[in-house]
Design a protein around this ligand. Structure first.
Ligand SMILES: [Zn+2]
Length: 244
């Protein structure tokens, strides 16, 4: 599978960029992981929007769903022009009833419910879930196909269960929104050190850091992750394709 970071920011996008989102592709099937602010513009650097086969949403914070509305407009226009043929499925949990209802729009997009204990077959992947520690209900995702796995932590504070969930994965996109001094002060996110410890304890083969803060010296986060994780590690590079 190929994984392309579309955006790497938490909370809101830096100028001309997007919040944390990834494109995952295999066998011609394309799935967008989260669809926050700036994602729709950025995604078009890599593909036509009509080539999207599915979207999966981890939770309903704006930096993960802000561009769902404009994606629906794109699908609607595409269908009117006959360039977009089938309704786009958007997978997400339904613990936020209003948020989930907004995923279905005029027959051009359709919300599909996810449940934490029920893996789904999504294109070529089996996708499994783990509830994270975040102010709103949020699911980490594990995509598996042909014996290879990629984990997306989504937004979360440290949780022991994530180690088991990520065990042996070939790739992890780990959120690292916090500088170390904010651990225990800002809730619902991990520091670079914690992201590194997660990947190390889980024996993950490769890690990228995402959902980054717009303030401070990001090198501190990278260094603290490198002190905890012995595998290959970098900030998720926008537009780079990670093949696993
Ligand atoms: Zn969030």
């Amino acid at each position: 599978m190929n994984i392309t970071p579309i955006g790497i920011w938490g909370g809101y996008p830096n100028k001309n960029e997007a919040t944390s989102s990834f494109l995952i592709e295999q066998d011609g099937f394309r799935c967008l992981v989260d669809c926050g602010s700036g994602v729709l513009a950025a995604l078009q650097n890599y593909m036509k929007l009509s080539e999207l086969d599915a979207v999966i949403i981890t939770h309903y914070h704006p930096d993960h769903v802000a561009d769902i509305g404009v994606l629906q407009h794109a699908a609607m226009v595409g269908m009117q022009l006959k360039e977009w043929e089938t309704p786009l499925p958007i997978y997400a949990h339904n613990r936020d009833a209003a948020g989930f209802a907004n995923l279905s729009y005029k027959g051009v997009t359709v919300g599909r419910e996810l449940h934490v204990d029920t893996p789904v077959q999504l294109g070529p992947w089996e996708v499994s879930f783990c509830e994270t520690v975040h102010p709103v209900y949020c699911l980490a995702l594990r995509f598996t196909s042909n014996g290879k796995s990629a984990v997306f932590t989504a937004d979360t504070a440290w949780k022991d269960e994530l180690v088991e969930f990520s065990a042996g994965a070939d790739f992890i996109a780990a959120e690292s929104n916090l500088y170390e001094k904010y651990v225990g002060i800002i809730q619902g996110h991990m520091s670079g050190r914690q992201a590194g410890e997660l990947a190390e304890q889980a024996g993950v083969k490769r890690m990228v850091l995402t959902h980054l803060p717009q303030y401070g010296d990001l090198e501190e986060i990278l260094e603290s992750a490198k002190n905890a994780y012995t595998g290959p590690l970098e900030f998720a590079q926008i537009g780079k394709t990670y093949n696993i």
